[in-house]
Design a protein around this ligand. Structure first.
Ligand code: SF4
Length: 395
């Protein structure tokens, strides 16, 4: 366990809210019981200055002491139901501090009380402690757990993720969570250049995760934002893989604020992972069958349209018309939501029925302005179909 110092903080606000579900975790709300992370991953984006984390990122952990009470109050006043994500890319809900504080567990109890779908991002097997409550939530709502895993060699894991769970326990976690009724995705990001991004390693990692029962795998390359994050990572490379130091310097020589590597690497990685995904046929986004029943129809359609666009973009298919439909739909929903009151029960019922009603009356086409797309959407919402992005078919 890392040698963390816990800084207690009392907060006034816990939930981050979005008008539309985010396309990555498919959630409307999110919060983190902690700031900074004792897992100490060498590549962690959270070290970047833009997140304003003060102190030593791996050791000075901010503990949001009263988060459970703030959450309770905020969820009581929610206008719309929707999935809630715990954690973010820059902190982990099951980092070592959680053993002591149990804040994440207390927050899960609150979410269970409000009967809300839950998403969790983690690199820790401490989540096993909460299988009882996760399985309880999963009885009536979707629970998606995103497990981060980028290497199969535990010696490499120890260098780059010193206080996270071992490779073996993370792989075993997939089956345990599935048995508890959760959906499980693998965040296969960031693959480490020169160390873990070869075709054979990427394929083997995907194969292992799928064998254990992963529902989807999201691959991604390493970003290094100039400043603390990049300096910290390169120091680790210098210590353990000095032979790659110059290659890394060259690959990230553009010092982009996004942390992106040079275009050639991005293109090569995208092509390689695209070819592997195509040949192995698995989902690289949260599948429709996973989130379909946990969103209002209005949110479900938004995510579907965005995922469709992402898929077409990846395949090089023209999406200008689809983008216009998304824009027009978003404007329509914004207007509808402005007119809704604060009554959660009324809002829930209205938003659940909204898209089937629009499909039934044909009004969906005046919003999407695309007959073929409207026909396809109507089949999903009127015939209870699910869209399979792997085969691009309705099932
Ligand atoms: S587990 Fe996630 S948030 Fe924590 S240090 Fe690692 S990458 Fe950062």
């Amino acid at each position: 366990m890392s040698d963390c110092i816990l800084h207690q903080k009392y907060i006034k606000k816990a939930l981050r809210k979005n008008l539309f579900p985010d396309n990555f975790t498919v959630s409307r709300y999110s919060f983190s019981p902690y700031m900074a992370c004792g897992h100490g991953c060498a590549y962690c984006d959270g070290r970047a200055e833009k997140y304003y984390v003060v102190g030593d990122f791996d050791r000075d952990i901010v503990v949001r002491k009263n988060i459970e009470n703030v959450l309770l109050k905020e969820l009581s006043n929610l206008r719309e139901k929707g999935p809630v994500t715990i954690s973010s890319g820059v902190t982990d809900a099951y980092q070592p501090a959680e053993e002591q504080t149990e804040l994440t567990r207390k927050c899960l109890e609150v979410l269970s009380y409000f009967d809300l779908p839950v998403n969790l991002l983690t690199k820790s097997d401490l989540i096993e402690r909460d299988l009882d409550i996760l399985s309880k939530i999963a009885l009536s709502n979707n629970v998606s757990v995103f497990i981060s895993l980028v290497h199969l060699d535990d010696r490499i894991r120890k260098i780059f993720e010193p206080y996270a769970a071992s490779v073996e326990s993370r792989l075993k976690l997939i089956g345990k969570l599935k048995n508890a009724g959760c959906s499980v995705g693998i965040l296969a990001m960031p693959f480490l250049p020169f160390i873990g991004d070869s075709e054979s390693h990427v394929r083997t990692l995907f194969t292992s995760a799928l064998k254990e029962g992963a529902d989807f795998i999201m691959p991604g390359y390493l970003t290094l934002r100039p400043g603390r994050q990049k300096d910290y990572y390169l120091t680790r490379i210098k210590e353990y893989f000095p032979q790659y130091l110059d290659d890394y310097r060259q690959m990230y020589s553009n010092n982009l604020q996004s942390g992106n590597p040079i275009k050639k690497y991005r293109d090569d990685f995208t092509q390689l992972s695209g070819e592997i995904v195509e040949s192995m046929k698995f989902d690289t986004m949260v599948p429709h069958r996973v989130y379909g029943n946990s969103l209002h129809s209005s949110d479900e359609l938004f995510v579907l349209l965005c995922q469709l666009k992402e898929n077409y973009d990846r395949k090089g298919i023209e999406t200008t018309r689809l983008s216009r439909s998304i824009h027009s739909y978003a404007k329509y929903i914004e207007k509808v939501k402005k007119e809704l009151g604060r009554d959660i029960a009324r809002n829930t019922e209205f938003l659940d029925k909204l898209i089937p009603d629009l499909c039934r009356t044909g009004k969906i086409n005046t919003i999407l302005k695309n007959e073929k797309l409207s026909f396809f959407i109507s089949k999903i919402f009127l015939e209870n179909k699910t869209f399979d992005f792997k085969t691009m078919n309705l099932v």
